[in-house]
Design a protein around this ligand. Sequence first.
Ligand SMILES: [Zn+2]
Length: 201
Amino acid sequence: MPDSLKELIRVMSFLPGIGEKTATKLAYFLLQANKNYVDNFSNSLQDLHDKIDICPVCGSFVNTGEWICRICAHPNRKKNLICVVEEYLDLVAIENLGIFDGVYHVLWGTLSPIQGIFASDLNFETLFSRIADGQDMELIIATNPNIQWEAAFAYIVQQLESRWLRHFLTISRPSRWLSSGYLEYADNMTLIHALRDRKIV
Ligand SMILES: [Zn+2]
């Protein structure tokens, strides 16, 4: 097998849900595909890192050259209603429902000291700055309902109290959140009810 085909199979095997067998099929497909298609494919991959930045306000993605993301910049979005999610795909899942008119804060991971992921590794500090700047805020903690949620919630409350910010905002969590699994896999009706019937904690 030629070295470049072997290398493509090797790197594709790292993709989630793709084993060596599927990687081999895909690499062989690309080898035989139209050259224009392969060039476009290759450019799209390159653009992922060259043309995407992080929004300095919420931690979501932004096109390189844009100051902040389109959600943060939108005039009709309630800036005092912040939905805290673990990952960008959680934001996408909620955004696709079309019912949320607040803004987001992406933590970029799950707080899990047991696995060596501490608060300083995640996007918490900008969240606290946003809270300090706002008035009558509501923070929806929409992380997955598990022990890490409790850890993230406890950390946020503890930090807000030590910064004298706790009394300036309401903290809520979605009701009827999935008892297991990930937010991104929940069906739309579950998510809509969970967000609308959120509980103050
Ligand atoms: Zn943003």
